[in-house]
Design a protein around this ligand. Structure first.
Ligand code: GTP
Length: 851
């Protein structure tokens, strides 16, 4: 067919003849001279040989080079969340190009479906494949040019074909890691081999697509269904993986790029409810942050706090706002009110025993009377039983039961009442028949009257000679205690704590009074009452004697008592017996509280221990403010503002004077001030200094303490200061009466309140002959002003009050020096300034009264 000789062929392919002959020889051809004819068959043999010897496909059966595989790896880093966690993502893309000719050579090979590969690869990948294909083509062209023209032609042909079929890429090799997904989210997924169940159309072998194209629709529909089911399963698996926070991706379900958690992109703003006081730990808890963060924030705001520290509502609100949350202020006692309202005391009422306190003058026989009754009524029934002193005891006889508070005297009574407790139903006023009415008898009368508690008079020591009962009746009537025989409403009983005479009658008289009082209780209700006393026992911890006033207190109950709470571990009665429950008007000792409540604190059984703790904490934080607020009411200045709130405003006064004469005069003058709107009541008066008992009475009856030429003793001062009572000293009766009068008419002179604007500490003293002493100071608080009044304090006691003469910074006169700055201060007429003194600068602010 061909007339071509070796020479012609050499010219055509651009080779010299000897080299060509050599290669032909190597290819197994017989040609030996340049004139030998070269057939088409010979050319093909040579070409195959050359291809083989250059790594090409010498044989159709060797399919190694019949396809081009392109692999591309891309790495990227994704940052997640605020914490900057980085995930490295590697995407491997792989494409295989197959020669069309090879495909065509396959007798019934299905024509690759155009859309199949398109589904497999994204457009970007295709573009890249094109460029790769071009590279390959060029490489092959170069190789062919070097070797043989024929090879070059063939290679070009191949490359062209490859370029033509670039859209017909048929990756018949399953693509393992490759999941080229057009959706950017897929790149979030770390490389992972897709599970069969996750295979979707993108990863499905193309043969299936091809088969579909070939019309094997029935089969394919079945298969499609199966695949669909698989996809479903894969989706579910993926969802499960997502829920688990799994890191495995792939498949359609992986395309959403979600991890197992969702980091909030914006800070969560919470509504934080803040009670009047809250601990740092609880506040952090409410904001769902660590306590440390609250402490840090507060430190930055200039307040160093600890985790257990209780902060007030205003501070907490600032902290909450600072941390980007919303503030919801909760009323102080919302929690307490809610808790207390949740307790029901409804049920069948029974008549309960009265609770009695014994009062009287020293040595009139209070203790003897209590002891006699206890021994006679309590211990006798218990052969060999050990009675223990628990601050209260209960007796039962044919007249009914009586509970005695075993702390005689009005001091204890008032101290308890000062805490807001009204534990006593009846007072026994003991008056020794041989001694008559004495100052403390009068005080006891005042105290029980102030408490509004009915009295039974026990005229004691009747066994003694020389008793004058009429004298006692007469003296008592002068204090408003009038016996029934004289037309009054107070029972007088003649008793002897020594012989026991009249004790039965006394108990009977108590029952009579209590019948009038109609004392009721609901035994089924949860227990509540008052703390009589408490102490810290070495072995048993905090022990409190409580008086159950209503309901029943049971072992195991959760109890809130004053500022403390706890679960009742044991109940012990006055006979040292362990009991399981205690009913109304019964005293009992309880164990299990977390601290010792005060006498007079209320106690109640609550349902929820956590709430009990919260309320106890709240009460602890709130204790002082509540107390002060309560006492504000008793201030003389506030009297007028309270008028009109009640129908008749009442001014209570505890009056102490130096002599009886002034006392009577002042008392009379004060009581005469009463009008239809305001009642002035001297709840207690006496000669002598102001004692702790006076202060307690004033606290209990919200009274003003007035000292006329007398001063308060240490105990009284402590209570007055602690409780914020209003204490006033006078030395002129007119002035005293006038002030009360003005207060009543709302005309009390405007109050001048002092405001300390700055404090400077004397660090050095300079003396100049003309000027006098100059104090070299450091302003440690606020600022010092040239024109304001000052006080000099030495050891916190005021030693001088006056004005500044000069205020200097170096040599300059200045009007004001601020905190942290040094200055020189000259004080008028005051040369005795010493290092360590404090110069307090104050302003007087007028507090106007509004009518
Ligand atoms: N003769 C006689 N003596 C009595 C009677 N009651 C008490 N006494 C005596 O009076 C003294 C004082 O009695 P107390 O019971 O201690 O009196 P008190 O009121 O409790 O005294 P203080 O605790 O100091 O306030 C004691 O010596 C008793 O023995 C009584 O009815 N008759």
């Amino acid at each position: 067919m061909s007339d071509m000789t070796v020479k012609d062929f050499a010219v055509k392919v651009g080779r010299d003849v000897p080299r060509l002959l050599e290669q032909m020889k190597e290819a197994g051809l017989q040609h030996a001279s340049e004139t030998d004819a070269v057939s088409e068959e010979d050319k093909r043999t040579l070409l195959n040989f050359l291809k083989k010897s250059h790594g090409g496909d010498g044989d159709e059966s060797d399919s190694g080079k019949s396809r081009i595989t392109l692999t591309r790896k891309t790495r990227s880093r994704i940052k997640t969340g605020e914490r900057g966690k980085t995930i490295e993502v590697q995407v491997r893309k792989k494409k295989t190009y197959v020669k069309r000719s090879e495909e065509e050579d396959k007798p019934k090979a299905p024509e690759p479906k155009h859309s199949g590969p398109r589904q497999l690869v994204g457009d970007m990948a295709e573009a890249e494949a094109e460029s790769k294909a071009r590279d390959a083509r060029e490489a092959e062209e170069k190789a062919a040019a070097e070797k043989a023209k024929a090879a070059e032609e063939a290679a070009r042909k191949e490359a062209e074909q490859a370029a033509q079929v670039e859209a017909q890429k048929t990756p018949d090799v399953p693509v393992p890691e490759l999941q080229i997904d057009d959706t950017p989210a897929s790149e979030d997924m770390p490389p992972a081999p897709p599970k069969e169940g996750r295979t979707d159309r993108r990863t499905a072998p193309p043969k299936k697509s091809a088969a579909k194209k070939k019309g094997r629709r029935d089969d394919e529909e079945d298969r499609g269904d199966r695949e669909e089911r698989k996809r479903g399963a894969g989706g579910k698996k993926a969802k499960r993986a997502e829920r688990r926070g799994g890191r495995r991706g792939g498949g359609a379900s992986g395309g959403n790029g979600k991890h197992g958690f969702q980091k909030p992109t914006q800070p969560i703003v919470r509504e934080v409810s803040i009670p009047e006081s809250i601990s740092v730990a609880d506040l952090a808890d409410k904001m769902s942050i660590k306590a440390n963060e609250v402490i840090k924030a507060m430190f930055n705001m200039g307040a160093a706090v600890t985790i257990n520290q209780t902060i007030d509502q205003d501070t907490a609100a600032i902290v909450v706002e600072e941390m980007g949350h919303k503030v919801k202020l909760v009323k102080d006692d919302a929690l307490e009110t809610e808790m207390l309202e949740g307790i029901s005391y409804e049920g069948d009422e029974i008549t309960r025993s009265p609770v009695v306190t014994v009062m009287g003058h020293v040595d009139h026989g209070k203790t003897s009377l209590l002891d006699y009754i206890r021994k006679a009524k309590v211990a006798t029934g218990e052969a060999g039983g050990i009675t223990q002193h628990i601050g209260a005891y209960h007796v039962e006889d044919e007249h009914g039961g009586v509970t005695f508070l075993d702390t005689p005297g009005h001091a204890a009574f008032t101290a308890m009442r000062a805490r807001g407790a009204q534990a006593t139903d009846v007072v026994i006023l003991v008056v020794a028949a041989d001694d008559g009415v004495m100052p403390q008898t009068v005080e006891a009368i005042e105290h029980s009257k102030a408490a509004g508690v009915p009295m039974v008079v026990a005229v004691n020591k009747t066994d003694k000679e020389g008793a004058d009962f009429d004298r006692i009746r007469n003296e008592l009537s002068q204090h408003g205690v009038i016996s029934e025989e004289w037309g009054g409403d107070t029972q007088f009983v003649h008793v002897s704590a020594k012989t026991g005479d009249g004790i039965e009658e006394l108990l009977e008289a108590i029952q009579l009074v209590s019948e009038v009082l109609e004392l009721k209780a609901v035994p089924e209700a949860p227990g509540k009452g008052v703390v009589v006393e408490s102490r810290l026992d070495k072995g048993r911890g905090p022990v409190a004697t409580v008086l159950v006033q209503n309901g029943t207190l049971k072992k195991g109950d959760i109890v809130l008592a004053g500022l403390h709470y706890g679960r009742v571990r044991a109940l012990t009665n006055e006979l040292a017996q362990q009991v399981d429950e205690v009913g109304p008007a019964m005293p009992v000792e309880i164990q299990g509280l977390d601290g010792t409540p005060d006498a007079g604190d209320d106690f109640m059984v609550v349902a929820d221990e956590k709430k009990a703790r919260e309320v106890a904490n709240f009460r602890q934080g709130k204790y002082r403010e509540v107390r002060l607020a309560r006492q504000q009411k008793a201030k003389l200045e506030n009297m007028f503002s309270q008028m009109g709130q009640d129908e008749v405003a009442k001014v209570n006064i505890v009056l102490k004077a130096d002599v009886q004469g002034s006392l009577e005069a002042i008392k009379g003058a004060l009581e005469e001030l009463s009008t239809s709107e305001v009642e002035v009541a001297v709840v207690s008066s006496g000669v002598g200094g102001i004692t702790g008992t006076d202060a307690n009475l004033a606290l209990a009856s919200e009274a003003i303490v007035v000292g006329f030429n007398v001063r308060a003793d240490a105990a009284a001062r402590e209570i007055i200061e602690r409780e914020g009572l209003d204490l006033r000293y006078y030395s002129v009766i007119y002035q005293l009466i006038d002030e009360v009068k003005q207060a009543m008419s709302g005309m009390l002179a405007p109050e001048w309140k002092e405001e300390i604007v700055g404090v400077a500490e004397v660090r050095d003293v300079f003396r100049a002959p003309k000027i006098g002493a100059i104090a070299g100071c450091m302003v440690v608080e606020g600022s010092v002003h040239r024109n304001k009044k000052i006080r000099v304090l030495r050891d916190d006691v005021v030693i001088y009050e006056g004005e500044l003469e000069s205020l200097r910074r170096y040599k300059d006169d200045v009007q004001e020096v601020r905190s942290g700055v040094e200055c020189g201060i000259g004080v008028k007429n005051y040369n005795d300034v010493q290092v360590g003194d404090k110069i307090e600068v104050f302003d007087q602010v007028k507090v106007e009264r509004s009518l």
